[in-house]
Design a protein around this ligand. Sequence first.
Ligand code: DGL
Length: 287
Amino acid sequence: MTATTNPQPGPITIGVFDSGFGGLTVLRTLLDRFPNARFVFLGDTARLPYGSKSRRTVSRYAAQSARFLVEEQGAQFLVIACNSASALALEAIQQAVPVPVLGVIEPGADSARAASTTGDVLVIATDATTRSHAYSAACTARGLRAFEKACPLLVPLVEEGWTNHPVTTQVIRIYLEELFNEAHANGLTPDTLVLGCTHYPLLRPLIEQAVREFAPEGFRVIDSAEATADAARALIGNTIPPTTLNQDQEKKQIQCFATDSVEKFERLGTSFLGRPTGTVQLVDLGG
Ligand code: DGL
């Protein structure tokens, strides 16, 4: 991918896409790296979850969403915060829009490479992401062995707001016990766990607590949000003129769109973003 340029005067517009509002965890880190950029975020909440759908369907939904951000909202650079869309539809999205597109899988694998000493890493993600083996491929390309596990109950639990609930604690414990047992049975000595889904950073305290039961001291839990923001910085990098947002632009620095459930987005999205999402606008992308 080549670096982007900002031909328009004023702040660059970065589009961030997710199947829902979990991708706000990625937007959060992007805001740190790009304090003077304008962000348009789209959550395709009407068609969530992507994590249980086929490549064909995810590609169609994601390409439509990407076109909305670029053609209607003027995004000059796209970050696909959704792991499932990054795993299944990155190429389809790149073909659909004429701007650089960055997914979360490669940066996530870079983080795993930097974190792991044994070279064996675990990945938890949606069913679609694990079935695609996109993380395995990216990890293998970096000399790592990856062992993936789908944890399909975790997204609905987060969507329900049960990020600190005994049921969620128990579900995570069961998944991780299985994961460590299966990895050891396959001869791996993992020292790093990749959170390969937008929603899982919200469960990090519970996941870290469960990891302590099954893994030795020093075991690392990582997510791709920070690495993705760093990769975006490297790509957009110095091509951004040192603009400062004026007061009016600051108020509109983030514009969020959703294809359904805007009230839920505004309510739960604030905890993902770490600041109020502002008014979320409803958009209809068709079927
Ligand atoms: N955003 C999705 C991901 O990161 C999780 C939610 C979904 O299944 O659509 O894989």
